[in-house]
Design a protein around this ligand. Structure first.
Ligand code: PLP
Length: 453
């Protein structure tokens, strides 16, 4: 089967998600067959360095032998079971223990899903259930931020702060989006970063006053907004908003689907930004991308309150067929060990300064890069038409898509997000591979920006 027919077969029978279809018509579909370390290969044997770790998740690369072995061994032992009716696999029991142990909570409980979207969805249902059972059924509104990405189910898409969800008639009522804490883009002229943070804190307080604290079920935030374009919070943001949430009794949920397990240099993004939420949403790195799995990790207060809420009705009527799947749990146990004990998380800590320096170097060579932002192994370079005014390029020029396409032509996968290019490589990247990433990105930027002059 030659590649043309692979691409044609893909186009004819598969519906694509989050894909610019004119670009598929133009450039075809890349049909991938295998991976090696941080590289992926297609049906024609073409090779790319995937600087996006798949979708942030393949942190141990595409062929980690320990993870493959853990999956095979568990398929041999017990290839599948559910977690309903008072049953669950031994792997599920062990993973829950492990997740509570490595969480910032020390005590708590875990509920499993198949994805990050479902984990956010599950958390919202838990909050709605909890508030109803505590005699406050009106506590249903959810606070999130613009530019947030929390997933694609009806609830998690409603939490997501992206205009594209309008095509579905979303968000649902009662999902309120606050200002994105990106000082460089949303700070007012003359406003200091501290004043910007104070303004966002006031906005939160005013919103709670306007809506009524007793109508709000919870607040969700990614420690670093990922799919919004890698947006670390303005300095002191979480320290300014958490006391307001606490004062009003509003649970604070950290969506750590991207930031969990090492991406920001600590096990959790909330540790990097020095706050302890009431619950954590995990997925992606949880299994190093080797199995679809998500988890809600409840801190002690929420887990005690939920236990108390379940007692009178005798069961929590929620769960997925594959919640706590034994193979997923076995892989997650191994992935946590690999990331935390085989030096992968340490790589992020040790090499993040090298990554930042390399990207800063690139930024300095290209006047049309307006901002470099990020932390650990998640970074974005934002293209601007005018670096002085920060005016973006006109949308019709599709600048970030052009850069990403040129990178693809040069053997590097990276992701356009808005006017930014995102780089979030696997934690196994060697120095030589990191340099390859810099060289290819630099060449692509030169080609695209020269072409626009
Ligand atoms: N939350 C965050 C922060 C994410 O980045 C994502 C996916 O990128 C999700 C939730 C949704 O996860 P999934 O795609 O597994 O449903």
């Amino acid at each position: 089967m030659d590649d043309k027919s692979w691409a044609a077969r893909a186009r004819e029978y598969s519906m694509y998600g989050f894909t610019d279809m004119p670009s598929v018509e133009d450039r075809g579909t890349i049909v991938l067959t295998r991976g090696e370390g941080p590289y992926v290969f297609d049906t024609q044997g073409r090779k790319w360095l995937d600087s996006n770790s798949g979708l942030w998740n393949m942190v141990a690369g595409f062929d980690h032998p320990g993870l493959i072995e853990a999956a095979k061994a568990q398929y041999d032992r017990f290839p599948g079971y559910h977690a309903f009716f008072g049953r669950m696999s031994d792997q599920t029991v062990m993973l829950s223990e492990k997740l509570v142990e490595v969480s910032p909570f020390r005590r708590g409980k875990v509920f499993y899903t198949n994805s990050g979207s479902e984990a956010n969805d599950t958390m919202v249902k838990m909050l709605w259930f909890l508030h109803r059972s505590e005699g406050k059924p009106q506590r249903r509104k959810i606070l999130t931020r613009w530019n947030a990405y929390h997933g694609v189910t009806a609830i998690s898409a409603s939490m997501t702060g992206k205009p594209y969800n309008e095509v579905f008639g979303l968000p649902l009522d009662g999902f309120i989006h606050l200002t994105c804490p990106h000082f460089w883009r949303y700070g007012n002229p003359g406003e200091s970063e501290a004043e910007f943070v104070a303004r966002l804190a006031r906005e939160l307080e005013d919103t709670i006053q306007r809506e009524g604290a007793d109508t709000i079920a919870g607040f969700f935030a990614e420690p670093v907004q990922g799919a919004g374009g890698v947006i670390p919070p303005a300095k002191g943001y979480f320290q300014a908003i958490q006391p307001i949430l606490k004062k009003h009794g509003i649970p604070f949920i950290a969506d750590e689907v991207i930031t969990g397990f090492g991406r920001t240099g600590n096990t959790w993004g909330c540790q990097t930004y020095d706050f302890v939420p009431d619950a954590i949403i995990s997925s992606k790195n949880l299994t190093a991308g080797f199995f679809p799995m998500g988890a809600v990790i409840l801190g002690p207060e929420l887990s005690d309150r939920l236990d108390a809420a379940i007692t009178p009705i005798e069961e929590f009527p929620h769960g997925f067929t594959a919640s706590g799947h034994p193979v997923g749990c076995a892989i997650a146990l191994k992935a946590i060990d690999v990331v935390m004990n085989e030096g992968l998380a340490q790589n992020v800590i040790d090499k993040a300064p090298r990554m930042e320096a390399g990207l800063r170097d690139i930024m300095q060579r290209h006047a049309n890069i307006g901002e470099l932002r990020g932390v650990g192994y998640m970074w974005a370079l934002e293209a601007v038409k005018d670096p002085e005014t920060r005016q973006p390029f006109p949308g019709h020029l599709s600048v970030s898509e052009r850069i990403a396409n040129t990178c693809t032509d040069l053997g590097l996968i990276c992701r356009p997000l808005g006017q930014s290019i995102v780089l979030c490589p696997p934690f196994i990247l060697t120095d030589a591979q990191m340099d390859e990433m810099f060289e290819k990105l630099d060449a692509a930027l030169t080609r695209v920006f020269d072409g626009l002059r």
